[in-house]
Ligand binder design. Structure first.
Ligand code: OOG
Ligand code: NI
Length: 267
């Protein structure tokens, strides 16, 4: 486990940049128009509900750094369950962790994933670098495609493993952008493709959260037998609205998150 929260996020960020070349450009595009660096609203991590690597095992890394569990979310169709975590230091990003419910998947998918996870040494899961350790296994392209046919999420995990699958710009903290529409326009003008599932903007001021995201970068990955170009990670943009008590809503919106997951879908 890390003892330094800033070092953990810096490592997650560097690891994310390695497979997300567009992130640096997005950062520059939005960050270069103001003095301070871009503030991240949250990051997201993915896993499977196997005891060795469950959501709670990933969460332990953040709980040890003072994060607290704040909300839970169910995604029936995608067979996912998620929780989000917040730190008392509001300048630290929130953390959204989901897990694929393997007991709801086919026996074949479950067995494939069990074989991959079995290759992770027990001690790797509590090591400092686990959350940005990538894959601990090799898969063939055929296995990847078999997984993809049943669960985009399972295939993404098999190819990319443990890493932040996105960082999220806090639009509230951008000085030169008043709306998410404006951020989206600047991104589109610069040639970025946005996730249009559920509309370019997911959520409304009425649910206190508006979100948009790029489509994941297409990056070459080495399978055990071949190389292929597949979706890696993406960048998200979030604008939060104040509750009646004047504080910004700090949770997530399941209906919107359901669509954000699709930012890594094959295309
Ligand atoms: C997480 C998708 C949900 C959000 O902000 O609602 C999400 C993922 O793609 O792993 O990040
Ligand atoms: Ni997100």
């Amino acid at each position: 486990m890390h003892t330094d929260v800033k070092a953990l996020f810096e490592n997650l960020w560097q690891n994310y940049l390695q497979v997300t070349p567009s992130a640096k450009k997005v950062h520059q595009l939005l960050g270069s128009s103001q003095q301070d660096d871009v503030i991240n609203d949250h990051i997201a991590l993915r896993t499977f509900n196997l005891p060795k690597v469950s959501l709670d095992k990933l969460a332990a890394h953040f709980l040890a750094l003072g994060y607290e569990e704040c909300g839970e979310y169910h995604f029936e169709a995608k067979k996912l369950y998620a929780k989000h975590f917040e730190h008392q230091d509001r300048t630290l990003p929130k953390v959204f962790i989901s897990e694929l419910l393997l007991d709801k998947c086919s026996a074949e998918l479950r067995e494939t994933i069990e074989q991959l996870v079995a290759q992770i040494p027990d001690e790797a899961v509590t090591a400092d670098n686990f959350l940005y350790s990538g894959t601990h296994w090799q898969v063939s392209q055929a296995t990847y495609e078999k997984l993809l046919a049943e669960s985009e999420y399972a295939a993404w995990m098999a190819a990319w493993g443990y890493r932040a699958n996105h960082f999220t710009v806090s639009v509230n903290d951008l000085q030169n952008f008043a709306s998410l529409e404006q951020v989206n326009q600047v991104l589109k003008d610069a040639g970025f493709l946005l996730n249009t599932s559920g509309g370019e903007i997911k959520g409304t001021p009425e649910v206190y959260l508006e979100q948009s995201s790029t489509l994941a970068d297409l990056v070459t990955v080495k399978f055990s037998d071949t190389e292929a170009t597949i979706p890696s990670c993406f960048y998200e943009f979030a604008r939060r609205y104040p509750l009646a008590n004047g504080l910004l809503y700090s949770g997530f919106v399941a209906a919107s998150a359901d669509k954000i997951f699709e930012s890594t879908n094959a295309r």
